[in-house]
Ligand binder design. Structure first.
Ligand code: NAD
Length: 437
């Protein structure tokens, strides 16, 4: 099939290259000229494991190309995906749909013959109706079926997630789209990945309900971690003890500094706003959002407490800045709030992240960016693990100790064992585990 992907960011580029890998002819389009120029040059604008190799292979095979010209791309495509950003709108937290609607207007002007228009971006319930209205109003002759096909991939494991999804959700109103979308995903259905067809609004809500549920699960275990600390229990054992119950499941039960990233914060907020608009509030999610917001500054307070209650003039080495490992994405990373709160308390911050520092510099210009974890720790009064990158899991603790002014480690990801760290003479603080474990 001939496919155009509008928006070539984390989702658009990964989905586009995977569709090409399925054997489709794919044009990845973006309005960002620098991004497209880089891609044409063989440079990948984001860090995502395995992406560079897959892009190169599919470009070489002639199945994948890049353009800023939406008109010719759309005109020659049977299926047009919209994969542009839907960030939180400034001020009220609703999803900002201006990029989606701009793409819809561009599609309307360019479309030729029957075309399936698919919203892959995460969009609130009813957006498909509006996309369809915009296209029909701008071009009454357009023959389109507007489909919802939310994306569930995770940054850091995006290609594998796309190639081996737990399910593919497809929301349709026009039966002609069923056969086209089945064809688009045929290689997956051969692998028995369930293709789930629903109505369009149901599909749109599935994406938000999924993200909200996962955010709630993380927030639940974070609260249980705080309670574990208070009562002297071990949250990791609690998580395992409940997770082995199949109804609960072991995943997403790692206590930490609060969820962040480009999806959960904005999607939970957007769901809260949609639900309020429909006079059907989702109070569990409202509370989840509030708890998570408080948690990030609470993590900075934990560090300050470890420093003896006063961070003024103290130097903090922050290890890990991205919201999770294996990505360079800094959007809504908990590190941003934690660093800000530490600076508000008068601390000096030295930071290191294996992939996120270029993006971090744009958001946090006033911290010292370091070569590696040891460079960050040099002269610092405490080392704080904020992101569980593999290279922080096996730190040379003996060396770290000699570089810090005092052997103090705060582990906001619970990646060390207390006895192991103590053996090296460290005072160790973690999340939801008693001192001796
Ligand atoms: P992104 O910011 O990385 O990419 C969006 C791209 O769209 C940018 O390159 C931008 O230049 C381009 N763009 C914006 N308006 C355009 C237009 N009118 N025409 C052409 N290009 C345009 O965003 P992302 O992380 O890929 O997210 C895209 C969507 O997918 C969002 O709705 C997000 O919620 C959803 N999503 C993201 C993830 C994730 O892990 N990042 C996972 C699932 C779903």
């Amino acid at each position: 099939m001939k496919i155009t992907m509008i928006g070539s960011g984390y989702v658009g580029l990964v989905s586009g290259v995977c569709f090409a890998e399925f054997g489709h002819d794919v044009i990845c389009m973006d309005k960002d000229e620098a991004k497209i120029a880089a891609l044409k040059n063989g440079q990948i604008p984001i860090f995502e494991p395995g992406l560079a190799e897959l892009v190169a292979a599919n470009v070489k095979a002639g199945r994948l190309s890049f353009t800023t010209d939406i008109t010719s791309a759309v005109a020659q495509s049977e299926v047009v995906f919209i994969g542009v950003g839907t960030p939180s709108r400034r001020g009220d937290g609703h999803a900002d749909l201006s990029y989606v609607y701009a793409a819809a207007r561009d599609i309307a002007a360019a479309v030729e013959g029957f075309t399936v228009v698919v919203t892959k971006s995460t969009v609130p319930v009813g957006t498909g109706d509006e996309v369809e209205r915009i296209i029909r109003e701008a071009n009454p002759d357009a023959d389109v079926a507007v489909v919802s096909n939310p994306e569930f991939l995770r940054e850091g494991a995006a290609i594998d997630d796309f190639m081996r999804p737990d399910r593919v959700v497809i929301g349709i109103e026009d039966e002609r789209a069923r056969q086209v979308m089945s064809e688009v995903y045929r290689p997956l259905s051969l692998n028995a990945a369930p293709l789930m067809f629903t109505k369009r609004r149901t599909s749109e809500l599935i994406k938000y309900a999924a993200n909200a549920f996962l955010a709630m699960k993380i927030t639940f275990i974070n609260e249980i971690a705080d309670l574990s600390e208070a009562v002297g229990a071990n949250v990791q054992e609690v998580a395992r003890g409940i997770g082995l119950d199949n109804r609960i499941g072991t995943k997403f039960l790692n206590a930490g500094p609060g969820y962040g990233g480009s999806c959960f914060p904005k999607d939970t907020l957007a769901l809260v706003k949609t639900a309020q608009d429909f006079e059907s509030p989702v109070r569990l999610i409202e509370t989840t959002v509030a708890i998570n917001d408080d948690r990030k500054r609470a993590m900075a307070r934990k560090v300050i407490k470890a420093l003896g209650g006063d961070a003024r003039g103290k130097t903090v080495a922050v290890l890990g800045l991205t919201f999770k490992p294996e990505t360079d994405d800094m959007r809504d990373s908990p590190a941003i709030t934690i660093v800000q709160a530490l600076q508000d308390a008068g601390a000096i911050v030295r930071g290191f992240d294996p992939e996120g520092m270029d993006n971090a510099r744009k958001i946090m210009p006033d911290i010292t960016y370091c070569e590696d974890a040891y460079d960050a720790a040099t002269g610092a009064d405490v080392a704080v693990i904020v992101t569980e990158w593999n290279e922080f899991r096996a730190l040379n603790l003996g060396r770290l100790k000699t570089l810090l002014t005092q052997p103090l480690l705060v582990d906001l990801r619970n990646i060390y064992r207390k006895d192991e760290v103590s053996r090296h003479g460290f005072t160790y603080y973690c999340i939801g585990r008693p001192n001796e474990e």
